[in-house]
Design a protein around this ligand. Structure first.
Ligand code: SF4
Length: 180
């Protein structure tokens, strides 16, 4: 069975990719590494939601539970505008995923970020390719956006917590602060 390490940004985004990869015959291990989720209480909430989802879907998850907030902020400082900050944020998470996949002898790595219509898919793909080259582990590309409606349906059916902003403090401001 082909083994894939699936970086998971949050449980709702994982619903469709996990079902699809299972249907395609992959053995899935999830990876939770998201220092981009702020503040810490929100991070905990998303991690707990993933634990709930993993139990329901019977998948193993590796939790890299180091909340490297400072490292994330230092990475994007003075480069906070989009799409640059997202590029740096993708690189940080996908390179970690590729590194864990390499160390664990996985056949592939991928990410639930490829499910989101709100992410910059072109930059995301470039970042994954660059992580693939750097760590010499194949990146499995599937455009999970094709299952956008199905993913939302599953997340509602499972009664999962669904957040209202991407993750970082800047995305929270973009979403709720209208006086810029
Ligand atoms: S908007 Fe999302 S992808 Fe972009 S930097 Fe913030 S958390 Fe990362």
């Amino acid at each position: 069975m082909r083994r894939v390490l699936l970086h998971i940004c949050c449980a709702p985004c994982a619903c469709y990719p996990v079902r699809l990869l299972k249907d395609k015959g992959f053995e899935i291990t999830g990876l939770f590494y998201n220092p981009n989720i702020h503040p810490y209480q929100e991070y905990l909430k998303r991690m707990e939601t993933l634990k709930e989802f993993a139990e329901k879907e019977q998948i193993r998850i590796i939790y890299l539970d180091r909340y490297s907030l400072e490292e994330w902020l230092r990475t994007v400082v003075f480069r906070e505008s989009k799409p640059l900050r997202c590029k740096l944020c993708y690189q940080m998470r996908l390179e970690t995923a590729a590194s864990v996949a390499k160390n664990g002898n996985f056949d592939y790595f991928s990410s639930t970020l490829f499910f989101s219509k709100f992410q910059n898919q072109k930059i995301l793909k470039e970042s994954a390719k660059s992580a693939e080259d750097k760590f010499h582990v194949p990146f499995l590309y599937i455009d999970f956006r094709e299952g956008w409606k199905e993913g939302i349906r599953i997340s509602k059916e499972l009664n999962l917590y669904r957040q209202h902003y991407c993750g970082c403090i800047y995305s929270e401001m973009d979403r709720f602060y209208s006086n810029k």
